[in-house]
Each structure stands twice: as C-alpha cells, then as structure tokens.
Design a binder for this molecule. Structure first.
Ligand code: ATP
Ligand SMILES: CCCCCCCCCCCCC/C=C/[C@@H](O)[C@H](CO)NC(C)=O
Ligand code: CA
Length: 537
C-alpha cells in the first residue's frame, strides 16, 4: 500500500484477483475514483467514479466454485462492488465486479475504505417516501416497484415508507399530513398524472408551511428542496423521458440512488385570483386538450387510448378563437429555434440559477404594459411548455430547444390551417425537420401569458346576441366548418383543467428532481471504458 503524502488520505493500491487473474486495483481518494487494471497484455482498464458506486458488500465466493479448487489453498475473502453501467440510449444498469484475495485483513480494508467513500456522497438519499399508483399506464406500477426498484434501494441501504394509493389525490392529500421533513425525497411510481399529483402535494405543503397564499398569483413561491424521483409506470411518462432521456424504471432508480439533482421550472396557473394548478411539462389548449378530454373517457383502453383519441381529434380538426397575451422573456440566453438542446449541466440553466432570488426581489413590481404582446386569432393548438416534452412518441418533443430550468416557457401557437398542413406539422415531431418552420406556427420564449377564449370575451363584454349566446350549440354561419362550438379544455401535464380564461407565470427552478437532464451522447461513448474490461472477463 502507498504511504500518505502530506497528511492526505493515501491511495489504496492492491493486487486483487478478478476471476482467475490478478489485477491492480486502485482507490484514489482525491479523485474519488476506483479503477482496476490488468497488468498483462492486452491490459484492460476500468474506472468507476465514487459517485457512481451503488454499494459494496462482502461476498461469499466458495459456493461459486464447483471444481473444489479453493479447498487446496487458503480460504478466499471477497467483496463485490455494484456500480452504474451506461447502456444504449441513456439507459443505466447496475453492474457488479467481485474482487478476492486470501488476506482477510486486506479484503476488510478495501470494504471499509469503499464504504467510507460512499459515506462521503452527501447528496444521496437515505430515507424515501414512495407513492405507487397501481392503476397508471399498464397497471404494472406495483410489480415494477417490487421487482425492479425495491431490490436496488435495499442494496443501496435506502429505507422506504411505501404507500400504494387507493384513489386519485390520495398521495396529494397524504403529503399535507405526513412529516415530509424526515425524508430525503419523495418517489412516485406512475405516469405524468401521478407525478403532477405528488408535485402539487409537495409544492402546496411547502407553501402552506411557509405561510404563502397560493391563490395570490403574484406570491413569491418558496422553493422545494425535497427532491422528487419518478419511476415511470404511466402511459406517456413525458417528465421522466425529458429529464432522463429514457423511460426505464431501473435507470430512474439508479439516478435516485446516486442522489442526482435536476432543478425544474414550474408554472402556476390562476383565474381571478384563484389558484388552479401547477404545470411542469405541457399546458395545451385545443388539440392536446381535446385528446385528453376524449382519452379520459377511454381509460379502459389502456395506453393506446392516446393514439385512438389522437387520431379522432386530428380528424375532427377543431379550431378555437381567443386572445393570447404574453410577456416575452427578454434576458434569457437561448431561443426556441436554437439547434443546441438542454443537456446535463446545461449552461443556460446554470446561468438562470440567479433568477429565483431576482424574482423575489422584483416581487410586486409590475412589468411595463408595453412589454406585453397580444395575439387574437383562431388556433388549432396553443401549447405552453416548460421543457421539451420529449417522450417515446416524440423523442425530440414539442419544443426541442426548451430548457428544464431557465425560468422560461416556450409558447407555441398553431393557427388554423388545413388538415394536410396540420398533419405535416405533427409528423415533424417525429423526424429531424423543424416543426416551427411553417407560416401557421409561431413560437415565443416567454415569462407569463394569459388566454381568454372568444366565448368568454363575448359573454364578458355583455354581448346580448342570442346566436352568440348559443355558440355552444350551433354555428349558423358555417354549418360544415370546423370551428368548435364549445370551448376546448386545458391539458395540464396530463390532467384536465376546465377554464376558458387563465393566467400563467413561470417560477424558475421551483423544485428539484432526482435526475441530471439528458446526458450528451451517453449511448455511444464508452465513458469509463467499461466495455474493454467486460470483453476480457
Ligand atoms: N389508486 C388510484 N386509483 C385511481 N386513480 C388514481 C390512483 N392513484 C392515482 N390515481 C390517479 O391516476 C391518474 C393517472 O395516473 P398516471 O399518471 O400514473 O397514469 P397514466 O395517466 O396512465 O399515465 P400518463 O399520465 O403518463 O399518461 C393520476 O391523475 C392520479 O391522480
Ligand atoms: C401522425 C403522426 C403524429 C405524431 C404526433 C406526435 C406528437 C406527440 C407528442 C406528444 C407530446 C406529449 C406531451 C406530454 C403530454 C402529457 O402530459 C400527457 C399525459 O401524460 N400526454 C398526452 C398524450 O397528452
Ligand atoms: Ca423552461
């Protein structure tokens, strides 16, 4: 073993057996790195950063050897290191490597050192509160948790309190009752709707405990430092996909175990000084609202309900009239037409970190009315997204260059156009072409917006015309046209929101997820050269 240099913790270097060969195994405290090197050609080499070690365990290896070889020599002492391995397309797996030697003291020294290294990983959760929606997606939430996630949490010595929900809003209500402060994080097993429920419970609880009135649209909300982890078990799982890059329960569990932290912007939605909902992904009126409205009646169909309702809504081709007013995001660094995407450690999101404090300072200061833009029109879809909204159906999402934590919303207005053009627009969500490059599509990066449907404007301005009052029942002017005779609804992160007038404001980095954003090219890079060593074993 090497000697301490200048009082620093010494490197631990030993010759340990891996399989039937001796390897040089090194633990570098300074760099927090475990590596093992085959001293003989072809010299395989493997590195694992301490931040990606899941657990270390003493291992009994006698049983593994059927040839009885061990009996002829001293009893082997072994330990297994479990660590993150990157697989294809942002997927993470739990890999393991077992080292052994005949010196019991040396083996214990390694176990002790690795455990101490793990203790230094301060951002890792020790105690989690888990909510499982047994009816989300393909109704596999409980099985997914028990078979794929719970064993990993137990391996990583994370203790859990598990609640299997019995009805909608069970998790949300429960979060107002339990002592949330004894947990290092909340985990939800389900889809976007379940995540939304847990988020509402957590943000609502923090505001209540801080004396903040959520009904005040100008209130400076208090940031939530208790992270939420999402184990995807829903139908779309857009929040998970857009923050991790894949919807895979094991990958998400590993991001929770290593203690990742990804700040997230949250929009608050109000009407007449009444709080309606929060949104982190899609707030959509028209096309996505109508899909949701129809698909909610078809929950029995399972996950294909969205395809069915999507096709039906596309054919109905309804447009809606109204006024959108918005405050453009003046000082943000990016634009929705950027080619560069928000990825792990995103520069734009890091620069926006100052915004929460700025927002607090500017609390109460109204923006100059001239800054607001007003657009009246007929829209097939009004989509306000806080993140790309990438999902398995659309891997680049509704706004590919949107940022997770830049304190802005991308507002996408799709004006009335032909069915054929709308189809061209939709198809571009699934290929490399620019979905904003159409005359009938506009996209803005904004801070706040308001929407009022024409129906409400007409009734508010006291229009007495009986034909207009009965707008909801028939269209006298255009019997065969596609203008919808009723309002659409809002699709708020997969939950319905039935209001024809809303005001929306984004809160920069209001909450945090156990995630790190999508890693750049992680599928192709042999980052820690793990494949080399695996070929040799
Ligand atoms: N035990 C339960 N019984 C009925 N509904 C529940 C229960 N637990 C949670 N819910 C509600 O079910 C709704 C949908 O759940 P979830 O988001 O998990 O699945 P999904 O709708 O299939 O997926 P996605 O939102 O990704 O499309 C949520 O709004 C949640 O409030
Ligand atoms: C003919 C080809 C059409 C392809 C259309 C692809 C566009 C799909 C984009 C889906 C984005 C979904 C954004 C996320 C919404 C969720 O909040 C919600 C609940 O899970 N899901 C849906 C479908 O509303
Ligand atoms: Ca954003």
């Amino acid at each position: 073993m090497e000697q301490p240099a200048g009082g620093r913790r010494p490197r631990l270097v030993s010759s340990l057996a891996l399989g039937q060969r001796a390897w040089e195994v090194t633990l570098e405290w300074e760099r927090g790195l475990l590596s093992w090197r085959d001293p003989q050609p072809p010299r395989g080499n493997c590195f694992v950063p301490a931040s990606e070690i899941i657990a270390v365990e003493e291992t009994e290896i006698e049983k593994q050897c059927s040839s009885g070889k061990w009996q002829k020599m001293a009893k082997p002492h072994a330990f297994t290191v479990y660590y993150v391995k990157r697989a294809q397309k942002h997927r993470w797996q739990c890999n393991e490597v077992t080292f052994w030697c005949v010196d019991e003291q040396l083996c214990n020294q390694w176990i002790q050192a690795l455990k101490e290294l793990l203790e230094l990983q301060k951002s890792r959760p020790k105690q989690l509160l888990v909510y499982i929606n047994p009816y989300g997606g393909k109704q596999q939430g409980k099985r997914i948790y028990e078979q794929k996630v719970a064993p990993l949490f137990s391996l990583a010595s994370i203790s859990t309190d598990v609640v299997i929900t019995e009805h909608a809003n069970h998790a949300k209500d429960n979060l107002f009752e339990v002592n949330i402060y004894k947990y290092d994080g909340i985990v939800c097993v389900g889809g976007d709707g379940m995540f939304s429920e847990v988020m509402h419970g957590l943000i609502g609880r923090i505001q209540k405990d801080s004396g903040i009135d959520q009904n005040n649209p100008k209130a400076p909300l208090v940031q939530c430092n208790i992270r939420i982890g999402i184990i995807p078990a829903g139908s779309t799982d857009c929040v998970c996909y857009a923050t991790v890059g894949v919807t895979d329960p094991v990958t998400s569990a590993l991001h929770i175990i290593v203690g990742d932290s990804q700040p997230l912007d949250v929009s608050s939605i109000h009407h007449n000084n009444t709080f309606l909902k929060y949104s982190v992904s899609l707030l959509g009126y028209g096309f996505y609202g109508d899909i949701l409205k129809d698909s909610e009646k078809k929950r029995w169909m399972g996950t294909i309900r969205y395809d069915f309702s999507g096709f039906k809504t596309f054919l109905s081709h309804h447009y809606y009239e109204g006024t959108v007013s918005f405050l453009p995001a003046k000082h943000t660094l990016g634009s929705p037409r950027d080619k560069k995407r928000c990825r792990t450690g995103c520069y734009i999101c890091r620069q926006s970190k100052q915004q929460p404090e700025e927002q607090q300072k500017n609390y109460g200061l109204e923006h100059n009315g001239d800054d607001w833009k007003v657009i009246k029109g007929k829209f097939l879809a009004i989509n306000a997204v806080n993140m790309s909204c990438a999902c398995p159906r659309s891997p680049k999402g509704l706004s590919p260059a949107a940022h997770l934590a830049d304190g802005s919303i991308d507002l996408i207005l799709v004006r009335k156009c032909s069915r054929f053009n709308f189809l061209r627009y939709l198809v571009r969500h699934t290929n490399q072409d620019d979905q904003f490059d159409f005359t009938f599509v506009e996209v803005y990066r904004i801070k706040k917006f308001q929407f009022t449907s024409k129906h409400l404007e007409d009734s508010d301005s006291g229009v007495k015309d009986v034909g207009k009052k009965r707008f909801g029942q028939f269209c006298r002017d255009h019997p065969a046209c596609c203008c919808n005779l009723s309002n659409s609804i809002w699709n708020c992160d997969g939950e319905t929101l039935d209001s024809s007038a809303i005001e929306v404001r984004v809160h920069c980095q209001l909450m945090k997820l156990f995630a790190r954003g999508i890693e750049e090219n992680s599928n192709d890079e042999a980052i820690y050269n793990q494949s080399t060593v695996e070929q040799l074993l």
